[in-house]
Design a protein around this ligand. Structure first.
Ligand code: KG4
Ligand code: ZN
Length: 308
């Protein structure tokens, strides 16, 4: 990721090239640490989509080749199902369904009502930018490096979250969708209006902007919890690393007397373990269906994350 900080985003071709050089050494290291024969693997799990086509193809082609060579079954996993399964990476807790899951990343913002590890319905989604994108675009306006989320929330720590007011989208509408594009525009105008004084206000702007993103997310989640009785609230995806959002979700969950589950630190942003976690549950719940042939698809639909 450091590689792309100066470029302001991921360059697909570069990311794929990097992957080619990393893939085999990483596999070798993991197998050496595990210390068993690859033929003892229960399955090979791989992301089938959505995402950057070059990276997806390198991943799926490698997985197909090693699965065939080692004679191990192959499971293709939807990226979003990976995020939704991430709270169970390294956890032996029994799942408690139904779960309301807020999945917030750089490419997606969704609210899922899950009835099992592979079943559920999409209650709402963003109509424009994703929450992570709102963080990244806001950070860019404040001159911070990519990916902007962590940098913006660091700057926000020293700012006043109530100094500037941002519009909270869709507040009175009776559905569970999200919208973030108005926030970004509002930040742009605030910076423009502050003119020469804008830089001095960057920490306050960052804090108020972060507050507004969280307020919108929490508003939608609360609405969903008013409509659906759930046993747990889950917060997943890269933006779940945001301390303010986590705190506000915790408060919301405790006001409904339910538990909040968030993945462990390293498993909040994109990672391979969450894909293995999802494949494990697919195998448990779907049996043979989990191993069905799949296609690599860069634009796999979000609604298809659930299989059951
Ligand atoms: O899930 P993820 O690793 O990749 C995608 O599937 O998109 O999410 C990356 C997103 C980026 O937009 C990044 O800025 C955001 O997660 N992010 C954060 C924080 N850490 C990562 N946003 C706000 N606060 C953070 N601490
Ligand atoms: Zn992701």
């Amino acid at each position: 990721m450091e590689k792309f900080a100066d470029l302001g985003g991921v360059i697909p071709e570069e990311a794929a090239r990097e992957q080619v050089t990393c893939m085999i050494p990483v596999l070798q290291q993991v197998l050496a640490e595990w210390g068993e024969s690859p033929s003892n693997l229960a399955a090979i799990a791989v992301t089938k989509g959505p995402g950057l086509l070059g990276s997806l193809l390198i991943g799926t082609m490698t997985a197909r080749v090693i699965a065939e060579t080692w004679n191990v079954p192959l499971i293709g996993v939807h990226h979003i199902l990976g995020h939704l399964s991430s709270p169970w990476v390294g956890s032996l807790d029994d799942p408690v369904f139904p779960v309301l899951a807020l999945s917030v990343s750089g490419g997606h913002t969704e609210l899922w009502l899950r009835t099992s590890h592979t079943r559920g319905v999409l209650l709402g989604r963003t109509r424009d930018d994703a929450a992570g994108e709102a963080f990244d675009k806001g950070a860019e306006l404040l001159g911070l490096p990519y990916p902007g989320g962590p940098a913006l929330s660091k700057l926000a720590e020293s700012g006043d979250a109530l100094r500037y007011e941002f519009p909270v989208a869709l507040k009175h509408e009776d559905h569970f969708d999200f919208s973030f594009s108005g926030l970004k525009t509002s930040l742009r105008y605030k910076i423009r209006d502050l003119g020469g004084n804008a830089k001095k206000e960057y920490a306050n702007l960052a804090a108020s902007y972060e507050h507004a993103i969280c307020a919108h997310l929490i508003d939608r989640v609360r609405k969903a919890m008013d409509h659906h009785q759930v046993a747990e609230l889950h917060l997943v995806g890269g933006v779940s690393a945001n301390t303010r959002l986590m705190r506000e979700c915790e408060n919301l969950a405790s006001s409904f007397a339910i538990q909040l589950r968030v993945p462990e630190g390293a498993f909040r942003t994109d990672n391979a373990a969450m894909i293995a976690s999802a494949a494990w549950f697919m195998k448990e719940e779907l049996r043979q269906k989990a191993f069905e042939a799949f296609e690599t698809n860069a634009s796999l639909r979000t609604e298809d994350a659930m299989i059951g």
